[in-house]
Design a protein around this ligand. Sequence first.
Ligand SMILES: N[C@@H](CCC(=O)N[C@@H](CS)C(=O)NCC(=O)O)C(=O)O
Length: 204
Amino acid sequence: MSEDIILYNGPTSPFGRKCKITALLLEIEHREEKINIYKSRFLDEFNPLRQVPTLLVNNKTISDSDNICLYFDSISNKNSLYPQKRYWECMTMISVANGIMENAVNRFIEMSAIPENEQRPKAISRYEKKILRSIEWIENKFEEFASDELTMDQISVACALDYTIFRYTKDWSINCPNLNQWLDRITELDIMKSTLPGVSFKYE
Ligand SMILES: N[C@@H](CCC(=O)N[C@@H](CS)C(=O)NCC(=O)O)C(=O)O
């Protein structure tokens, strides 16, 4: 029986982009719906956190981008995106990439949705430090991370770096020349071009 798979996504979510790219690479048949998360009360029934991405498989919820990607990997006939030889390194790299996305999302919300006089400069600086420190950490591991085959940690890092550039800065590229060159190559791929961020909905 073929599954009815719906990927609820947002127009700019880096977590959602990671899932969409994974679905494309693994040739998972699915329908993607870009929703305004702030007005999507219907989602609460399926995911009480009301977040994108959320996946419905025949009405069963799979929440969190990591679970969604693992699910896609488990049902695909293609080679796994999780390399067995460096499995835990890959999982840790994915977590670091998720952390970059999380801090970049929080920073953006703090700076764009909160009145200027209520913004917390210390929180913003904390988000920025974590983002930049994580990117340098990845640069220092570049040799073990970069390979010809596109793996789940690479997809996650590409989404995290591209989102950092989209919402914050590309200044990290000065100290991270390997990652910068690598990202330039990756962003030329069709899967990256066809999943570029759109116009975001107003935070409310
Ligand atoms: N840990 C989650 C994070 C997802 C997440 O933070 N999604 C954001 C969009 S980038 C969201 O839905 N925000 C709306 C909200 O939390 O109210 C994942 O990996 O899927």
